[in-house]
Design a protein around this ligand. Structure first.
Ligand code: LMR
Length: 328
């Protein structure tokens, strides 16, 4: 009867309402490989705080630091499988998806982090955020870490000091070529293995930012760090096209704003964090920080710069020119 139908409808709508009210929030996973006490670690936590404040009960964010959930070897594959929704690999780790980002690995390309920031915000820099779209990856924004330094068990003052030594590099052909110009050996290894490789002397050295060298205790197993500032280690926060499109437009907008703010927060702290960690390493006296004279530094520039030519075709001359122009 009509009466029964009406009753059923009421019961149904009450059930639907209580189902909605008790529905579990949707979990968004953010996985990364560094410690929490780093610019990336802090940006990820800020993103969690903002999303849970602005979309309470609807979304939660779980952050997995230290390669706990996924590491360098599988985080992008996991992203494309929607097993994780945000990752922020270093710009050196996208080679399988685009050759364009190899730009950032060219040695002595940017004179400082202000130049990096200017380029990233330029038209060419923003275009690169979309360079992996066909592979299903959406670039949300650039996140800073900082400039890289060399570390080893002997002082590296001139390029010849690196000869014959074995260095860990991120999975980047440009970085491998950079060490080859020094007649050194480059071994591509995930970040999670670097400490043990250094500790057991399976490798002689590595290159990284102050915040990574400090938070992962590389300075405890390396006697010298050369303040070379020879390249940049920055990140791209990426999500998958599938996940991104699956979000309702209004939620996607809020989540994007939260990520933009989290990135700005991380970027603002990156320079201070690196300066602070540099000082903490010096104070620890576990490792000696070696400063280069202008002549010594020039010798590294002259040796390593030819790497640019090898990758110019893959990267594109106009992109390299735009990056160089950002130094002014
Ligand atoms: C590295 O592998 O050395 C870095 O990319 C780690 C990181 O995410 O900063």
């Amino acid at each position: 009867s009509l009466k029964t139908l009406a009753k059923l409808a009421i019961v149904g709508s009450v059930m639907a309402t209580s189902f909605l009210a008790s529905a579990e929030p949707i979990e968004i996973k953010f996985s990364h490989v560094v410690a929490e006490n780093t610019p990336k670690g802090q940006a990820a936590l800020k993103f969690k705080e903002l999303v849970e404040k602005r979309l309470p009960g609807e979304y939660t964010v779980s952050v997995f630091p230290n390669s706990q959930l996924f590491g360098d070897n599988n985080e992008l594959a996991a992203l494309l499988l929607n097993d994780v929704q945000f990752v922020a690999p270093s710009l050196s780790k996208f080679e399988r998806y685009t050759k364009k980002l190899q730009l950032f690995d060219l040695p002595f390309l940017f004179k400082d982090m202000d130049a990096v920031e200017r380029f990233q915000q330029s038209e060419e820099g923003q275009k690169l955020l979309g360079s992996m779209k066909r592979k299903g990856l959406v670039g949300i924004g650039y996140l800073h870490n900082g400039m890289k330094q060399f570390s080893a068990n002997e002082p590296l003052l001139l390029p010849k000091d690196a000869e014959g030594k074995k260095f860990r590099v991120m999975a980047s052909d440009v970085l491998a070529a950079q060490f080859e110009t020094l007649n050194a050996m480059a071994v591509k290894k995930p970040f999670s293995e670097v400490f043990t490789l250094l500790q057991t002397r399976a490798i002689d050295g590595q290159e990284n930012t102050w915040s990574n060298i400090y938070s992962k205790k590389f300075y405890e197993v390396q006697s010298y760090i050369t303040e070379s500032n020879h390249g940049v280690l920055d990140y791209m926060v990426v999500t998958s096209d599938t996940f991104w499109k699956s979000l309702p437009a209004d939620k996607r907008k809020v989540i994007k704003e939260c990520m933009d703010e989290a990135i700005a927060y991380g970027n603002k702290m990156a320079a201070d964090k690196n300066a602070e960690d540099r000082q903490a390493i010096i104070d620890s006296k576990e490792s000696k920080v070696v400063e280069l004279t202008p002549e010594q530094r020039q010798a590294w520039v002259d040796t390593m710069k030819p790497v640019w030519g090898k990758f110019e075709d893959q990267i594109g001359k106009e992109v390299i020119d735009a990056a160089v122009a950002a130094n002014q």
